[in-house]
Structure formats: structure tokens, C-alpha cells
Design a protein around this ligand. Sequence first.
Ligand SMILES: NC(=O)c1ccc[n+]([C@@H]2O[C@H](COP(=O)([O-])OP(=O)(O)OC[C@H]3O[C@@H](n4cnc5c(N)ncnc54)[C@H](O)[C@@H]3O)[C@@H](O)[C@H]2O)c1
Length: 248
Amino acid sequence: MKVVIVGYGSMGHEVESVLLQRGHKVICRVDPAGNGDAKTVSPDLLREAEGVIEFALPDGILENIRIYSETSVPAVIGTTGWDKLRSQAGDIVKQNKSALLWGNNFSLGANLFFDLVSRAAALINSIEEYDIMVNEYHHKRKKDSPSGTALTIAEKILQNLDRKKVIQPETLNRTIRDDELHVGSVRGGSIPGIHRVTLDSDADTIEISHTARNRGGFALGAVRGLEWLSGKTGFFSVDDFIRDILPS
Ligand SMILES: NC(=O)c1ccc[n+]([C@@H]2O[C@H](COP(=O)([O-])OP(=O)(O)OC[C@H]3O[C@@H](n4cnc5c(N)ncnc54)[C@H](O)[C@@H]3O)[C@@H](O)[C@H]2O)c1
């Protein structure tokens, strides 16, 4: 496919190398910082494009999505921080009968992990002896706690385990309630990201963990997402894509 990359920062560069490895062609890189071939997205620039992959900042994202949609170029949006604009973006895509796939975490491994955690939580729904908790570790420069990925994991557990009702991310100076799911965050060193889910009973402990090694997993998920999106029409989330490629 002939692909335009929007946002040519660390993720843009990762996406470019995965696209080339998988036999695609990068026809243009867009970045306002001047390190690409163009500074803004325009319909003219997309004339030959068969796909767009965007990992940029959310300023002006609706204008970009309007251009992708009006030119009917399938777009994968990895940019985060535009959750409040999601329904407007969906309307633009539906009006134009175009194709867009968005996701806050395109890592195939992380999405497999979400599925494993969902199944584990569903399995202990009827085995009351097991409690469940979440822990995550990240490098000392990370600004948010808990990580967005840890919150997604916690939401999956709440969706699948009736006895947990509330996500509790704080340090507690009291005993934890049975309906609270504790999510702990540790910061230090250079760790790209470790997420661990622990199932614990009086008799034993089961741990499921995901350890990110680099950012290549996000880029691979986005490129595979674009391959999946090609030929479709609609406003899709990464969950739709993953559900479709995983056996049921
Ligand atoms: N969905 C995922 O799986 C996933 C994974 C990693 C990062 N991200 C997100 O991807 C985005 C980029 O991450 P990064 O690590 O590459 O950041 P980065 O800072 O290395 O690069 C961002 C680039 O986008 C450019 N940019 C800013 N506004 C733009 C615009 N309107 N149009 C085009 N380019 C623009 C910047 O000049 C910069 O070069 C962030 O929103 C980040 O949270 C998502």
C-alpha cells in the first residue's frame, strides 16, 4: 500500500520501518516540526494515498480526520488525548462513509494480554476463593499514574468479575474493601512498562504479566490495523480489530 505518515516523531519513525519491512511504500511524512516532507495534511497530499497512519499530537485532529474521510483514505489513528472528540470524529467518518481505526494502545501483545486478563477474571467469577489485583512498573520520567494501560486492564476486570465494582489506585491507610480492585503503580529506572495481574487464594498465587521491550509492538499493531482496515467502511476501535483477528 502507498501510505502517508502523519506525525514523524518516535512512533512515526517506528511505523515507517514496519511499513517498509511489510512491503508497503511511504509516499509522504507530515510533521509541523519540519522534519518530514510536508508540515500539514491536505487533500492534495493524499491524492495517491491508500492509507494514513497518524501518531501525532491531538491539536487539529478533527480537521485531519475530516480530510482523511472526505478523500476516502483509510486512516489508523494512534494519537492519544482526543477521547472527548471521539463521537464527533465518528460522525465525520459515518457521513463520508469512509474508514477509520483508532486506539490508545495498538500493541498486539498488550491487546492479547487484555484478552487473557478478561478471561482470567471471568474464570474466577464463580471461584470466590481468588482475589485479584493489578500492579504496574514504569520508568521514572512517566507523568501519569496509573498508566492508561493499567486502567484498561482494570476496566476489563470490572467488566468480567461481578464482585469487583471500583478501581482503587490510591495508597490505602485502611484495609481494602472486597469490592475494590487495587491498582498499584511503581516508578523508577528505565522500565518501558510492566503490567502484572495477580490472582491470589489461601493455597496459591497465579500471575499473568506483560513486559514491553520497545515501541515496535505499537507500530506493528498499527500497520496490521491498516492492512485490516483496507476495503472496509466504518468507525472502528482497536478492540474491533483485535476481536476480528483473534479466534473466538
Ligand atoms: N496508540 C498507541 O498504541 C500509541 C503508542 C505510543 C504512542 N502513542 C501516541 O502517539 C503520539 C505520538 O507519540 P510519539 O512518542 O511519537 O511522540 P513524539 O513527540 O516523538 O512525536 C510526535 C510528533 O508529532 C508531531 N506533531 C504534532 N502535532 C502534529 C500534527 N497536528 N500533525 C502532524 N504531526 C504533528 C510532532 O512535531 C512530533 O514530531 C502521542 O499522542 C502518543 O501518546 C500511541
